[in-house]
Design a binder for this molecule. Sequence first.
Ligand SMILES: NC(=O)c1ccc[n+]([C@@H]2O[C@H](COP(=O)([O-])OP(=O)(O)OC[C@H]3O[C@@H](n4cnc5c(N)ncnc54)[C@H](OP(=O)(O)O)[C@@H]3O)[C@@H](O)[C@H]2O)c1
Length: 283
Amino acid sequence: MHAITFGTQNAYAPLGQGTWRMGTDPSLFAQEVEILRDGIRQNLRVIDTAAMYADGGAEKVVGEAVRPQRDTVFIVTKVWPTHASYDGVLSSLKNSLERLGTDYVDLFLLHWPSAHYPLKETMRAMAAVYDKGWAKAIGVSNFNVDLLRQAQQLLGSIPLTANQVEYSLMARAAEITVIPYCQDHNMTVMAYSPIKHLNLLPHHSAERTTLKDIAAQYGVTEQTIALGWVIRHSGVIAIPKTSHKDHLLSNLRAINIHLTKEDIKRLDRVFPPSSEDLPVQRL
Ligand SMILES: NC(=O)c1ccc[n+]([C@@H]2O[C@H](COP(=O)([O-])OP(=O)(O)OC[C@H]3O[C@@H](n4cnc5c(N)ncnc54)[C@H](OP(=O)(O)O)[C@@H]3O)[C@@H](O)[C@H]2O)c1
């Protein structure tokens, strides 16, 4: 298992916990808090959330989950691109900190490239929250290599620590330039949506049959294999979201899966590499 450091002294497992759709239904609040705590007990200490998720509701779930153990958890949150002005970034993070019940986040990301504000203004604000100690590290999400270069240049001596992008067997564009660039520049790749599209594959499709077959060889689920495949790259952490204990346990097993070259070749045949680089969308 490779460790993820986010440029800190600490080492984290290459599997974290996502929170999209948490905090939308109040009747599930306690269950969602408990599953995140279960994950933390199993050493999944990187928790990904965002101001946008459930309009801040997911951050409240995270805040409650980490309350007894804030300093042992690495909290990642994000500012939505329509709030990416200088003042917008500061007030978005201030509100996030309040919902999270903490006075700092470990990593703060721009959620998507903004169609509304210049990157220069946003990065000036990211540098300000870093200098104030509200964010221990700065990163971005859904950035291609060209934008990563620009962001790092604008941040000057503050390291651009992470880029969060979609990456799974069914969405492989990040492998073309983004993952290699991040690996070369000491930037952690946070792979989002590593499972959900696979769950929609038809039962008798070649993709599912292959995954099932490989999973059976290791005595694990198809989702475990899919996650193991994502985190086979050094410097890549997968952040699956689950609200169910059995799924959490299945996801955990990915940390100790070591796929063989033959497994990878079989997966490549049914989930071919992308021919196109990660597209840039501005929101
Ligand atoms: N930066 C961005 O733009 C961006 C975009 C999307 C997501 N994200 C982040 O990445 C996280 C993960 O992405 P995601 O939530 O889109 O997708 P995901 O984690 O790939 O999939 C989540 C879905 O898979 C199910 N699931 C989880 N583990 C499973 C297992 N072992 N077996 C079967 N089903 C399983 C979950 O249901 P159960 O809850 O029932 O287990 C849920 O329906 C998000 O929660 C969010 O934190 C970031």
